[in-house]
Design a protein. Structure first.
Length: 325
């Protein structure tokens, strides 16, 4: 094992796959000369050259479309958005083309493309730069949605995403690029659609994904001091979702709290809640609680932002509520 930053894990995953397959290229704003807005493509221009690491104008609709079209001529592009807030400019290409090419061509054209970049809030970036769209993309048939929470998962899942023959939405976080973690030496991948039992426990299941799962970790540490054992499941992949891992855990703990950095209406937590009440209702000893952001655009004020975002204290409160404590 070696210890590297999240951004280094992303760069390693892309570079390793590009060395093996010349049909893979990286395209986006500042990915080449500037080594990436968050330095997640550092050194790649020097190694692969300007034909495979391509800087673009500020034109998400344009370069997303170029990427999608290039899959039909045998390429496997990685399209970087500086944030997924900007992907809204190119969402027509993602939803109406990438997600539908395979079906609308009768299976003649797969669409092996990865759209990657940061999601959700990243401090005081205000309402239009702090949005979580995982559930939006997961709602669309034809797309896979991946949200890693640590460097190891980032590398293993991104390599799997690049090799996948379907379009993958790969969502990161500005606030995780500097995170350090252990990553295996040598070749490895992590299959899409398989959750990680991040922490084993017996009293309550906490499901989360992405950077907000750190708040679940803090809460579990605090609750352990009070004799409460939390099982934490990191979904890793939102679509396809590892329902079995969640159901199996709920059958053991009989209680479920879901932590998600997203608006409260119609999100990933809502889907999981419905699935559990359909498939594990008789195992529940308390209603499911889901924890989300406030139902407003993200505020700029640091005081309001702290109130808007879910935190470890919210998780502790929810866990005690499902335990009737």
């Amino acid at each position: 094992m070696k210890t590297i930053q999240f951004r280094e894990a992303i760069a390693e995953a892309m570079s390793e796959e590009m060395r093996k397959d010349e049909s893979i290229y990286l395209m986006g704003e500042e990915v080449a000369e500037y080594n990436g807005a968050y330095k997640a493509s550092k050194g790649m221009l020097d190694e692969f050259g300007p034909k495979r690491v391509i800087d673009t104008p500020i034109a998400e609709l344009g370069f997303a479309g170029i990427g999608v079209g290039s899959t039909m001529t045998g390429n496997r592009p990685i399209i970087e958005f500086m944030t997924f807030n900007f992907a809204l400019v190119g969402i027509d290409q993602i939803i109406n083309n990438a997600a539908k090419i395979r079906q609308m061509s009768g299976g003649q054209f797969p669409c092996p493309i990865v759209f990657r970049g940061p999601t959700a809030s990243a401090g005081q970036l205000a309402a239009t730069h702090s949005q979580a769209f995982e559930s939006w993309y997961a709602n669309c048939p034809g797309l896979k949605v991946v949200v890693p929470s640590n460097p190891k998962d980032a590398k293993g899942l991104l390599k799997a995403a690049i090799r996948d023959n379907d379009p993958v939405i790969f969502m990161e976080s500005e606030q995780m690029y500097g995170d350090k973690g252990e990553v295996p030496e040598g070749e490895f991948t992590i299959p899409l659609g398989v959750a990680d039992i991040r922490r084993s426990g017996s009293d309550v299941t906490i499901v989360s994904f992405g950077k907000i799962i750190k708040e679940a970790d803090k809460a579990a540490d605090e609750l352990e001091k009070e004799g409460i054992s939390c099982e934490i499941i990191d979904l890793r992949t939102v679509k396809p979702l590892d329902y079995k891992a969640v159901v199996d855990s709920v059958k053991k703990t009989n209680r479920l709290v879901i932590l998600e950095e997203a608006w409260p209406f119609g999100n990933v937590a809502t889907e999981i809640t419905y699935h559990i009440q359909s498939n594990a209702f008789d195992y529940l000893d308390a209603p499911v609680i889901k924890i989300n952001t406030a139902d407003t655009p993200a505020p700029y004020s640091p005081v309001l932002l702290e109130e808007w975002l879910p935190n470890a204290s919210d998780v502790v409160t929810a866990v005690k509520k499902v335990l009737y404590k």
